[in-house]
Ligand binder design. Structure first.
Ligand SMILES: O=C(O)CCC(=O)C(=O)O
Length: 282
């Protein structure tokens, strides 16, 4: 996996905002290959005619089976995005989730489908909103341009990863009054990183083209991957590169060191400070 260094500006922006735009994370040729593979996976959806007044039929959120496509499997170790994730979270990570999201244009009068502000992985349901840890990062790869507002990109509430209270939404409205809602302008090939604590929501596509993204989530290895994630078989993993093997859960347990990414991080001088169990005192 080719090295890309996380800049101090990127680190600061991610720490402050809870999200980060990585321009040109994918080459034009890679996007073409991903679109071709994604269109194959979404063929049944695309063949169905759009249904007026039924936004749930005009929106695909496909999670299982993505890694059966070679181009989507290769994306698991994509550079520069994954090297940046390794520097933000550290090397003890694996792939936690995958999603292919297509949104057909929605009529302006239709209600927002799947609009719902949330934090990922449901951690606050158990621990509350205060003092939450950063345990995962999703990388949203744009397969189409998102140049106009309301063109289907996931909305982010800037800085809310540090919030200790729920968002306040006025009755009858859909967006918070006490947070800055960001509908980020992105190009095909850009990646939007967002961490598990940031409040975000699906938003409708009011443009005149289908919006397409792939979202890959990485999290610490002590977090169980989503159940739908079909890991390629043992023979594949045994022959895969060490980093692919680690990211796809090829190690026996969490007590096994994350050798592949640990070595990689050491090689490029980006390994995190060690955290000892004990310290010597006089
Ligand atoms: O469909 C979307 O844009 C929202 C995606 C989302 O909320 C998520 O991946 O957690």
């Amino acid at each position: 996996m080719e090295f890309a260094r996380l800049t101090s500006e990127q680190q600061q922006s991610f720490d402050e905002d809870g999200f980060l735009v990585v321009p040109n994370a994918l080459s034009a040729e890679t996007v073409d290959n991903l679109v071709e593979a994604s269109d194959r996976l979404s063929e049944a959806f695309s063949k169905k005619p759009a249904l007026i007044g039924r936004p749930e039929y005009n929106h695909l959120d496909l999670r299982p089976g993505l890694l059966r496509e070679a181009a989507l499997l290769a994306l698991v170790t994509s550079s520069p995005a994954v090297p940046l994730v390794v520097q933000l979270l550290g090397p003890n990570i694996h792939l936690h989730s995958t999603a292919l999201i297509y949104k057909r244009p929605e009529h302006p009068d239709e209600p927002d489908f799947r609009r719902g502000w949330h934090r990922d992985i449901r951690i606050p349901k158990d621990l509350g909103h205060g003092g939450l840890p950063r345990v995962g990062i999703k990388v949203c790869y744009c397969l189409t341009d998102f140049h106009q507002p309301n063109s289907g990109m996931t909305l982010m509430a800037r800085g809310t990863h540090l919030r200790t209270t729920p968002l306040s939404i006025r009755k009858g409205q859909v967006d918070p009054v006490d947070a800055e809602v960001c509908d980020i302008k992105l190009n095909r090939g850009d990646a939007l990183f967002f961490e598990n604590r940031i409040f975000h929501t699906a938003a409708p596509n009011r443009s005149n083209r289908v919006s397409k993204v792939l979202i890959y989530g990485y999290a610490y290895r002590w977090m169980r991957p989503e159940v739908y994630l079909e890991i390629p078989d043992k023979r594949f993993l045994d022959n895969a590169s060490p980093i692919t093997r680690q990211l796809l859960g090829g190690y026996r347990d969490v007590d096994t060191q994350p050798w592949a990414l640990q070595d990689w991080a050491k090689r490029y001088g980006v390994e995190p400070e060690p955290v000892p169990w004990t310290i010597d005192i006089e």
